[in-house]
Design a binder for this molecule. Structure first.
Ligand code: IMP
Ligand code: ZN
Length: 349
């Protein structure tokens, strides 16, 4: 029982919205293990068992060890259409079981040349899997939209291709564009800026940016450049000084996707949960804080647990928690129809 009087199970039952979840980072270790067993039996992989590579209970991946997990491990396991379908389905199931009723899943379009998949095939496969899941009995309560990520190390041509895919698949459920990737890679805002400025002009397309995740990506030049792209939402918002903080507040209604467990386990914030900047932001008028998981497959704290954590460490009441979830509605990219469905679902709870 937490200070708010809600048990962990109650947080699961509470209908929630998740706006910052990376597809590949949300795949559970168990699911990766199942994939590995199949591939191993078929002689299709030399990789180590995911349960050995990422031992259960290990969550202390920092910025140095986290990103290689994808490039040298997960991407080599999730490397064909059936596996992409299987892992996506498992991710959707996990969010639905945790009581998530609206999910914006994000992913970096990735070609799988050995399996004959282009980036467009990759996006189409995920959208097909979402549509299949939503037609199934277990998928009835969850609606999922897709955000396509530009990696900060991308060339202008690669970023432009991501934007083209956003436009191509907008009618089928792509609702936004994201900037993600290792914050240690210097951002060339002159290279990527024109693409995001073009994205800004696409009707109905939302924009979210990983923002000030680390000291190395929290310099004035980078943050000013990102804010100049006029994003609708910002992810993490860790290393911001007073000037940038005031600028964010002055924009009224910018969504802040805050991810507690990820930041604490990865050592991105100092002082543990009670020092997390959620405590500073959640009451600030003019900002819309949305609790999110980021990479639940790696950090293993589902969204229900993130709510339990803020209740425990910041003393939020049940009314505060419900208010926080409902406020998140204002910054979803899913459009008016989705907002109206969610109003019914969230206000009934
Ligand atoms: P994917 O885009 O579905 O393949 O998800 C994994 C990718 O998301 C990683 O390779 C990173 O580029 C990105 N990502 C996941 N977590 C973070 C984060 O905390 N910061 C920046 N990028 C991230
Ligand atoms: Zn992220």
């Amino acid at each position: 029982m937490s200070s708010s009087g809600l048990t962990v199970l109650d947080y699961k039952a509470l209908p929630k919205i998740e706006l910052h979840a990376h597809l590949s980072g949300s795949i559970s270790r168990q699911c990766l293990h199942e994939v590995w067993l199949l591939k191993k039996a078929a002689g299709e992989t030399d990789l180590q068992d995911p349960l050995i590579e990422m031992p259960p209970g290990k969550h202390d991946y920092d910025l140095k060890t986290f990103f290689p997990l994808f490039s040298s491990y997960i991407y080599n396991l999730v490397n064909d259409a059936p596996t992409l379908r299987y892992t996506t389905l498992s991710v959707l199931r996990d969010f639905a079981e945790d009581g998530v009723v609206y999910l914006e899943l994000r992913t970096t379009p990735r070609a799988m040349p050995a399996a004959g998949l282009t980036e467009a095939d990759y996006v189409q496969t995920i959208l097909d899997t979402i549509a299949d899941f939503e037609r199934s009995p277990e998928g009835k309560t969850l609606r999922t939209k897709l955000i396509l990520s530009v990696d900060r190390r991308n060339t202008a041509a690669q970023a432009r291709h991501v934007l083209a895919l956003c436009k191509q698949f907008q009618r089928l459920g792509v609702v936004g564009v994201d900037l993600c990737g290792n914050p240690a890679v210097p951002l060339d805002a002159r290279r990527l800026g024109p693409v995001f400025e073009e994205a800004r002009e696409v009707p109905g397309l939302g924009m979210t940016l990983h923002f000030a995740e680390a000291e190395c990506s929290g310099g004035d030049a980078e943050l000013d450049a990102l804010l100049a792209w006029r994003p609708d939402r910002l992810g993490h918002v860790i290393c911001v000084g007073e000037r940038v903080r005031r600028e964010i507040v002055s924009r009224k209604g910018v969504g802040l996707e805050l991810c507690l467990s990820c930041n604490v386990h990865a050592g991105m914030v100092r002082g543990g949960f009670e020092s997390h900047h959620f405590g500073e932001w959640w009451k600030v008028a003019g900002a819309v804080v949305v609790l999110s998981t980021d990479d639940v497959g790696v950090f293993c704290s589902p969204l229900s647990n993130e709510y339990a954590l803020v209740a425990q460490h910041f003393g939020l009441s049940r009314a505060d928690i419900c208010g926080l979830i409902r406020n998140g509605l204002d910054v979803i990219f899913g459009g008016e129809e989705e907002k109206s469905r969610l109003r019914d679902v969230l206000w009934e709870a």
